[in-house]
Design a protein around this ligand. Sequence first.
Ligand SMILES: Nc1ncnc2c1ncn2[C@@H]1O[C@H](COP(=O)(O)OP(=O)(O)OP(=O)(O)O)[C@@H](O)[C@H]1O
Ligand SMILES: [Mg+2]
Length: 220
Amino acid sequence: MKLEINDLRKQFTGPTGPIQVLRDVDLIMEAGDSVAVMGPSGSGKSSFLHIVGVLDTPTSGSVQFDGVDPFSLNEQGRALFRNQNIGFVFQDHHLLPQFTVLENTLLPTLAQKSNRATPDDARKLLERVGLGDRLGHFPTQLSGGERQRTAIARALINRPSVLLCDEPTGNLDQETATLVADLLLEVQGEAVMIMVTHSPEMAQRCQRQVRLSGGSFVPM
Ligand SMILES: Nc1ncnc2c1ncn2[C@@H]1O[C@H](COP(=O)(O)OP(=O)(O)OP(=O)(O)O)[C@@H](O)[C@H]1O
Ligand SMILES: [Mg+2]
């Protein structure tokens, strides 16, 4: 998957008028590339990731995945595109409390029409993230690191070609954060990975580091 972002802009309308959060953002990534996005609170990191994850729309500019512009699709088409191509790991895992580790991991497969990952695939993936003995646990019965590892398994179950992580280790202690980062880089494979992080150690693990400043990427 080749990701190509050109002249991306995002403007929000706040109570006191428009806020220009992103301007002239350009990024090109090839399969297997990883980029860390840093920058102070409020600099637009999550806004950027939400647009690349097709969870929000750009004000202008283009985002193309192998030449496909998901924003030209209707709502249903976008949802399908997201489901088939994008794995998103949120800072705050976003697991559903009423479902087990195995069920949470399988949720994204429900929308797949063909080549759907099976419960056995999910089990193997959960073993890979070190949760082989926690399949029947509910999120409240897990540690923070275990919840985040479940969220990673859920993000990977549909074999996404784009892996987006918004401060995936933000709520974890140093040691667990290192383990989760190790895991992300290990499972990334040929996916394009963008990781938003405040941690310089985490950022150094990615191939490239950029900083959002004044709405644009500046090299570090
Ligand atoms: N829906 C919205 N409406 C209006 N303003 C918004 C909206 N979403 C975000 N903003 C504003 O856009 C700016 C960027 O927000 P964003 O969440 O992208 O920052 P961030 O870099 O992820 O910060 P943090 O490190 O704290 O997570 C902030 O000033 C925020 O107030
Ligand atoms: Mg954020």
